[in-house]
Design a protein around this ligand. Sequence first.
Ligand SMILES: [Zn+2]
Ligand SMILES: [Zn+2]
Length: 121
Amino acid sequence: MRGKGVEATVIVAKCCKTGKLYDNRVEKKSDGKWHFTWSFKLNQDIIKKEGYDKSTIVGAMVNDDSYKGCPYCGNSDWLHCDVCGKMNCYDGERKNQVCGWCNTYLYVYETEHYKLKGGEF
Ligand SMILES: [Zn+2]
Ligand SMILES: [Zn+2]
């Protein structure tokens, strides 16, 4: 059941293929992890109005079954950048990828713990 104290926010990610931005709804569930529940094409006005562009979440993060990934290119997973802390879409298979935000060359490694920034765009 969803109680009143649901901790949820929106993290902005960049599509690595189109360069477009999209929102990801993240919710902290009873297991203590941040669950990515759904993603949608960016509405920049709402993001700025709600202050989501300044949100940062820390901890274990997992994708729920309802999470469909990037709404532009269909990549089902995402990649966190160690350098700028932001989120890129990711196909789940590549061993490396360039961050769409800061152009850092990233090596993909398996972890569940991240610090993600919402993205000041
Ligand atoms: Zn994409
Ligand atoms: Zn980066």
